[in-house]
Design a protein around this ligand. Structure first.
Ligand code: UDP
Length: 235
C-alpha cells in the first residue's frame, strides 16, 4: 500500500448528485463504499467535505448576506455534510467521528489534534467539519491544514474531472492531462488546482496532492495501492 494515512477532500457540490443541490443518498452510498474499500485495507482515512451544495459565503454576499455571516453559514453547512457522510459510512459498518472546528457538543466532538490522530490510529474515520473555524477560508485550505496537522501522507482531492489539464477540457478539446506536475509549474502555468492559500500550505510543507475523479468506482482504492491515476502534484 503506497499511502497509510490519507486526507480525502470531497466537494459539497458533488454530494448533490444529479439534483444540483441538497444531498443525494445515492452519492453518499457510493462514496461510503469507495471509502470502505480502503478502510478494509487498513488505510487511515480523514475526510474534509465542502459545503457548496448548501451554502457558500461568497454567493450569499451577492444576495446581501454579510460575508462573515455567510462564511459561518457555509461552515455550518459542512457540518451537515459531514454528518451525512458519517451516517453513510456507519451504514456500511465503519467507525467514524465528526470533529468540528466550531464547538457544538451535542452534535459532534470538538477538533483536538491529538484526539483526531488517536481516532485514526484506532481505525476510525475522522471527518473534519466546520472548515478551519474561520471566515475567508475554504474547505480546500481546511484539507491542507488538517492533513499537515495529522501528518497525512497525501491530500486526495476527489473531483468530477480526472486530473489537472493543460487547459479547461470542457472548453478546449486539445487539452491534455498531466500525470505529474510540480507545485512550481502549477503556479507558473496558472492552472487551477486549489485556492492559493490551500495550495501554498501543501507546497511549503512538502505535502503531495493528487487530483482524481472520485465518481469513478475503484479509483480511491487504486490510488492508495499506488496506481498511476489522476494528477500527482509534488515539490
Ligand atoms: N468556509 C469558511 N471557512 C472555512 C471553510 C469554509 O468560511 O475554513 C465557508 C465558506 O463560506 C465556503 C463554505 O464554507 O464557501 C463552504 O465551503 P467550500 O466553498 O470550500 O465548499 P466546496 O466548494 O468544497 O463545496
Amino acid at each position: 500500500m503506497k499511502y497509510k494515512r490519507i486526507l480525502l477532500k470531497l466537494s459539497g457540490e458533488a454530494l448533490a448528485g444529479a439534483d444540483g443541490s441538497g444531498i443525494s443518498t445515492a452519492v453518499l452510498e457510493q462514496y461510503a463504499l469507495e471509502i470502505k474499500q480502503v478502510v478494509d485495507l487498513g488505510v487511515e482515512v480523514a475526510i474534509v467535505i465542502g459545503g457548496g451544495n448548501i451554502f457558500r459565503g461568497v454567493t450569499g454576499e451577492r444576495s446581501g448576506i454579510d460575508r462573515v455571516q455567510g462564511d459561518y453559514m457555509g461552515m455550518l453547512a459542512t457540518v451537515i455534510n459531514a454528518m451525512a457522510i458519517q451516517s453513510a459510512c456507519e451504514r456500511q459498518g465503519m467507525y467514524t467521528r465528526v470533529m468540528s472546528a466550531i464547538k457544538m457538543e451535542q452534535v459532534c466532538e470538538p477538533y483536538v489534534r491529538r484526539r483526531a490522530v488517536r481516532h485514526l490510529e484506532k481505525g476510525r474515520i475522522v471527518i473534519f467539519g466546520a472548515g478551519t473555524g474561520n471566515p475567508y477560508f475554504t474547505t480546500d485550505t481546511t484539507a491542507s491544514l488538517r492533513a499537515i496537522e495529522i501528518e497525512a501522507d497525501v491530500v486526495l482531492k476527489g473531483t468530477k474531472v480526472d486530473g489537472v489539464y493543460t487547459a479547461d477540457p470542457m472548453k478546449d478539446k486539445t487539452a491534455t492531462r498531466y500525470n505529474t506536475i510540480t507545485f512550481k509549474d502549477v503556479l507558473e502555468k496558472k492552472l487551477s488546482v486549489m485556492d492559493l492559500t490551500a495550495f501554498t500550505l501543501c507546497q511549503e510543507n512538502n505535502l503531495p496532492i493528487i487530483v482524481f475523479d472520485m465518481n469513478k468506482g475503484g479509483n480511491l482504492l487504486k490510488l492508495v495501492e499506488g496506481e498511476d491515476i489522476g494528477t500527482l502534484i509534488t515539490v
